[in-house]
Design a protein around this ligand. Structure first.
Ligand code: ADP
Ligand code: MG
Length: 271
């Protein structure tokens, strides 16, 4: 049920509810009507060809991109708009900022502030956005650095860190906002192969702690291992979704089969 924001969250309510989501850039229809519900604690991986709209989908969820149509609710609250007298109207910036603070996003490029240390990168959101005291934010940042295995790098600047270390700082920075939901957009795609594992391990740990996660990834093995559900997107639509074992070993749709054949190098799928 769409609400203006006063709902109490219940365990049964989906954490994310996307209905009829559309996004166009000019004449280019990138998302063509996505419906999706994600339950609390669920890990959902999104796979699909380049250009199918995966990044745009994540960016719409946290409103970096403004959808062209449809609605998104996170934890029972509409995001980006609100219902006023039965009509959808744009949400105020302050309200949007509050909701966005509850959604962590990790990008392919780590986007750390180059002039801030690892510790400062993690502290800045809680201090500036959540108005926490520096002391409290620092305490939390220190424990987040420990959590991602970077205690000894607290005073290092991003340029002194490997890609894997930078990405782990980026994850800690997102977690510092105490998000309800974490979005990962090809978090390991820019990393040298030997650095992928350390980032995936942090994601595994988060998953084990019960974080709700939407993971766009090309790491098929990881998606199979970590996900409760895998979604195959193509040309702006969810073509097929299911439990990982089913989707990877017996995909039903010819487009899913073709994609998996290409990325996994499989000859054929049993019909
Ligand atoms: P994916 O992440 O699955 O590779 P994207 O969501 O990045 O796909 O892109 C889907 C399509 O939308 C692509 O054709 C891309 O060029 C286009 N697109 C994405 N962002 C923009 C933008 N800001 N302006 C115009 N076109 C865009
Ligand atoms: Mg992308």
């Amino acid at each position: 049920m769409a609400t203006g924001g006063s709902t109490t969250s219940t365990a049964r309510q989906p954490l994310v509810k996307v209905t009829g989501l559309r996004k166009s850039f000019g004449a280019l229809d990138v998302l063509k009507g996505i419906d999706l519900e994600i339950t609390r604690g669920e890990k959902v991986s999104i796979i699909g060809p380049s250009g199918s709209g995966k990044t745009t989908f994540l960016r719409c969820i946290n409103q970096i991109e403004k959808p062209t149509g449809g609605h998104i609710e996170v934890d029972g609250e509409l995001i980006g708009e609100k219902l006023l007298g039965g009509r959808y109207v744009q949400m105020e910036d302050r309200e949007l900022a509050r909701l966005r603070a509850g959604i962590g996003m990790v990008f392919q490029r780590f986007n750390l502030f180059p002039h801030l240390t690892a510790l400062q990168n993690i502290m800045i959101g809680p201090v500036k956005v959540l108005k926490r005291s520096s002391r409290e934010a620092e305490g939390e940042a220190v424990s987040l650095l420990a959590k991602v295995g970077l205690t000894d790098k607290r005073d290092a600047y991003p340029e002194m860190l490997s890609g894997g270390q930078q990405q782990r700082v980026a994850i800690a920075r997102a977690l510092a906002m105490r998000p309800k939901l974490m979005l990962f957009d090809e978090a390991t795609s820019a990393l040298d192969p030997e650095l992928v594992g350390e980032v995936l391990n942090v994601m595994r740990q988060l998953a084990a702690e019960g974080m709700t996660m939407i993971i766009v990834t090309h790491e098929m093995k990881f998606a199979e291992e970590i996900s409760d559900r895998v979604i195959f997107m193509d040309q702006g639509l969810v073509v097929e979704q299911g439990p990982p074992h089913q989707l990877f070993s017996a995909p039903a749709h010819p487009r899913t089969q073709a994609f998996l054949r290409a990325v996994l190098g499989k000859q054929a799928f049993p019909s």
